[in-house]
Design a protein around this ligand. Structure first.
Ligand SMILES: [Zn+2]
Length: 244
């Protein structure tokens, strides 16, 4: 069965190159799952798909460019008549941080009975969780501790999609990617040795250790974009679709 992966937002935190924040839509028959929903995700989503099609969101970590767009999506869905639930899975503090964000942005809107559909959260972890028609596992990676960083392993229609979120190179990141049909890996930097992000050079150096059939780079920052002509791996652009 074919699984479609659409990169709605492929940019870094600072939207280098005008790219939108992280938002990756996975679809298959009975499956509609968004991986991350960054602050600028809503316009990126609406350019490519009907937001109503999104059944669930899996959040890698609690940085604004990965989960900051959820309140905007929720309000848009409310005012366009959504009734079906939207489930958001993510790190342990997701519920607290998402509710704080809602109250900071629209305290007049987000209340216990305001939203016209259920917006529920669930904690993702090492045991698979049913989410948006897929089975999602979240494994810890090294990034910024306060953001509770995780990489995701998404089982969908017999395929395994792994996603780094934001992470520097460690064995834990290799465990996220292991055996994946598709490993979506961040490449904020091209060759800079950063304590929080893996670089393209490091992805290449550890390519075999990932044991992934296919690697597509995303979360491309200014340094990586400046070196795109040297990049030998597949890399995403906003709106790009692939099938696995
Ligand atoms: Zn981050």
């Amino acid at each position: 069965m074919t699984v479609r992966v659409q990169f709605l937002g492929s940019g870094s935190a600072f939207s280098d190159g005008g790219r939108a924040n992280a938002a990756i839509h996975i679809t298959a028959p009975g499956v509609s799952l968004l991986l991350d929903c960054g602050g600028s995700a809503l316009p990126a989503i609406k350019k490519q798909i009907d937001p109503k099609a999104i059944d669930a969101i899996a959040v890698t970590h609690l940085h604004g460019d990965h989960f900051g767009g959820i309140p905007f999506l929720a309000i848009e869905q409310h005012f366009t008549g959504r009734k079906k639930p939207l489930v958001v899975g993510g790190p342990p503090s997701l519920e607290q941080r998402l509710r704080a964000e809602e109250q900071a942005l629209y305290p007049d809107f987000f209340g216990p009975t305001t939203l016209g559909f259920p917006l529920n959260t669930v904690v993702l972890g090492a045991q698979p969780t049913a989410l948006g028609g897929a089975r999602v596992t979240a494994l810890p990676v090294r990034h910024i501790r306060l953001a509770e960083p995780h990489g995701l392993r998404v089982e969908v229609a017999g395929k395994l999609i792994a996603y780094s979120g934001d992470a520097r190179w460690t064995e834990e990141l290799a465990a996220v990617a292991k055996g994946a049909d598709l490993f979506i890996c961040e490449a904020t930097f091209f060759e800079r040795d950063d304590p929080s992000h893996i670089s393209y050079r490091q992805v290449m150096a550890h390519r075999k250790e990932f044991e992934a059939k296919r690697i597509v780079l995303t979360h491309l920052g200014a340094e990586t974009l400046a070196h795109l002509s040297e990049v030998e791996l597949e890399y995403s652009t906003d709106g790009m679709q692939i099938e696995i």
